[in-house]
Design a protein around this ligand. Structure first.
Ligand SMILES: Cc1cc2nc3c(=O)[nH]c(=O)nc-3n(C[C@H](O)[C@H](O)[C@H](O)COP(=O)(O)OP(=O)(O)OC[C@H]3O[C@@H](n4cnc5c(N)ncnc54)[C@H](O)[C@@H]3O)c2cc1C
Length: 544
């Protein structure tokens, strides 16, 4: 039996675990928290698919075209075609596993309009699509657990990958229960650890997604891709702990964006782009909001209380709970916030990285979304990626390496000991807060060389004092050992953004406002003896 180690148990990790178990492989699924606490459960809007009973005129070809256009033509056509073609079967699979999609009176799956899409094709489960899918996949994983094909391990933080002679053969973790490092070996390893929200402090996402795994793997020779493409969701509201998302479903149901000028409302998106202006792709809406320089509001009140409570209950509840706003009566003050990462670990179409037997799936991998993701496509990509990786692991004939990881374990134990200490000019929390400020300042919706360079300088400074950074011993050791790799990922992101001297999708440069044909390719970055090296993937190394 092939042994597969999957790190991260959100929707991508679960999809891969169940798919591997279906293929009779032996899976260890590892994460610090239960799946029910992964960011995936926050997804409310839906998942895209052109199902059997679709809107007249829609087709899988149109889903492919919308996805490629939304991504500004740097996502691989073959990968996107596979994604969109698989979508109808994925919906059927999820239904079979117990996901309850909202349906029309004729029994067909309901669809809503989402940004950048020509037709209504976002399938949803009331206001809890992510929770429904996670629950169904967890139930199936538990069934395989009973059969001994899946083993779930909790309270395990990734430390490093075990890589020998260019082949991955397991990983070292920090076990929060024993407070000691632990190695798990496997024939193949799948990374499914989500995006890198915490680089930016408060975002719409989970603080569990801090980019450490991608950053650490980068220092271990794994190539990253398209890091500069960071999606700002146009409609979020500020709360004490985080930015809360006002789902695109609100605009899909007819919600209108406006600002006020001389006592009258200016519906700036409709004025500029016509009837469908409010549902332009997220990068376009966010940039227009930034450019107008005014306080922007979202109005759904005209839909009426009954429709709002039926179609947008989560938006109603969160506005009331966190801001005391009754959206049936009042407009919502909204502003853009970091939401999703199109970039991440570079993978080929079979989801393998440049290291043999090491795979990446879900939001931590960069493959389907190009320069801008369409809403509803990332749940689809997380599930599809898990299935593709499982199929590819089944067929992988690369020779494995036998190791117990003893050397890496000893090194990890030594590093963990050295990190402890209470007195330091650079406590982890301070460095993380400074980093978030730098990233927000340098990598906003509009960027320029000067701000990017200043960000690179700041992060380089913190990296130069990384050996002096200490964590408070009341915190988890994870906070201590993760900070250096997180800084490295931040620097790589800034360098990618500096290297792309054009504007495309979510990457807008005020000093290079044009989109250039010569730059129509992914940015790849690798770490070579402490040097950061970027290249444009014009040869299609990752499109194979
Ligand atoms: C508010 C919100 C709403 C959204 N709505 C939609 C939507 O309607 N439709 C859509 O398509 N997309 C939506 N998205 C995006 C989508 O939810 C995510 O892209 C997707 O769920 C990512 O799934 P994942 O499995 O890759 O990662 P996650 O669900 O983030 O799971 C990551 C896993 O990795 C683990 N992990 C993290 N760090 C470590 C570590 N160091 N060591 C070990 N394990 C680790 C975590 O504990 C977790 O188990 C939304 C996102 C947000 C934030």
């Amino acid at each position: 039996m092939k042994r597969v180690l999957i790190i991260g148990s959100g929707i991508a990790g679960l999809s891969c675990a169940v798919s591997c178990a279906e293929k009779n492989m032996e899976v260890t699924l590892v994460s610090p928290f239960p799946s029910e606490r992964a960011q995936s459960v926050l997804a409310a809007g839906g998942i895209n698919a052109v199902t059997d009973r679709h809107e007249p005129g829609d087709s899988i070809a149109c889903h492919i075209e919308d996805t490629l256009n939304g991504g500004c033509h740097i996502a691989g056509k073959k990968a996107v075609t596979g994604l969109c073609e698989s979508a109808p079967d994925i919906i059927k699979w999820l239904e079979k596993l117990g996901t309850v999609f909202s349906t029309e009176p004729d029994g067909s799956v309901s669809k809503r309009a989402f940004g950048g899409q020509s037709y209504k094709r976002t399938c949803y489960c009331g206001a809890s699509t992510g929770k429904q899918i996670v629950t169904a996949l967890v139930m199936e994983a538990r069934r395989y657990e009973g059969m001994g094909r899946i083993k779930r391990r909790l309270w395990m933080d990734f430390y490093s990958a075990l890589i020998q002679d260019g082949v991955c053969c397991g990983a070292v973790f920090y076990n929060e229960a024993t407070c000691a490092p632990e190695a798990i070996t496997a024939d193949s390893v799948v990374i499914a650890t989500g995006g890198q929200n915490a680089l930016f402090g408060k975002t719409t996402g989970s603080t569990q997604c801090d980019g450490y795994v991608a950053g650490k793997l980068f220092t271990q020779g794994v190539e990253l891709k398209n890091l500069e493409f960071i999606q700002y969701h146009p409609t979020t509201i500020e709360t004490d702990q985080k930015r809360m998302l006002i789902s695109e479903a609100a605009r899909g149901e007819g919600g209108r964006l406006y600002y006020e000028e001389n006592g009258r409302r200016v519906y700036f998106m409709e004025d500029r782009f016509g009837e469908r202006g409010n549902l332009m792709p997220r990068d376009v809406v966010s940039r227009c909001m930034e450019e107008c320089g005014k306080d922007v509001y979202l109005d759904v009140s005209f839909l009426g209380r009954e429709r709002i409570l039926q179609r947008l209950p989560e938006v109603y509840e969160l506005c009331l709970k966190y801001r005391g706003i009754d959206i049936c009566e009042q407009s919502i003050p909204v502003s853009p916030s970091v939401h999703f990462f199109m970039g991440g670990i570079a993978v080929k179409n079979n989801h393998e990285t440049n290291i043999k037997r090491l795979y990446a799936i879900g939001e931590c991998a960069s493959i389907y979304h190009g320069a801008n993701r369409l809403g509803g496509n990332s749940l689809l990509a997380a599930i599809y990626g898990g299935k593709v990786a499982a199929a590819s692991i089944e067929n992988n004939s690369a020779v494995g390496v036998d190791t117990d990881g003893a050397d890496e374990l000893a090194a990890a134990a030594q590093t963990l000991r050295a990190l402890k200490g209470t007195q330091s000019r650079y406590p982890v929390k301070y460095v993380r807060d400074m980093l978030a400020e730098t990233m927000r300042e340098s990598l906003g919706i509009v960027r320029c060389a000067e701000k990017l360079q200043s960000g690179i300088d700041d992060v380089s400074f913190y990296l130069s004092v990384a050996d002096k950074i200490r964590y408070d011993s009341s915190e988890l050791a994870y906070f201590g050992y993760s900070v250096s790799a997180i800084l490295t990922l931040a620097k790589a992101t800034l360098i990618c953004a500096q290297s792309r001297q054009e504007s495309r999708g979510a990457h807008y440069r005020s000093d290079h406002p044009d989109t250039k044909d010569a730059c129509r390719a992914a940015t790849v970055i690798r770490y070579d003896n402490g040097e950061f090296r970027t290249y444009l993937d014009t040869e299609g190394k990752y499109e194979s």
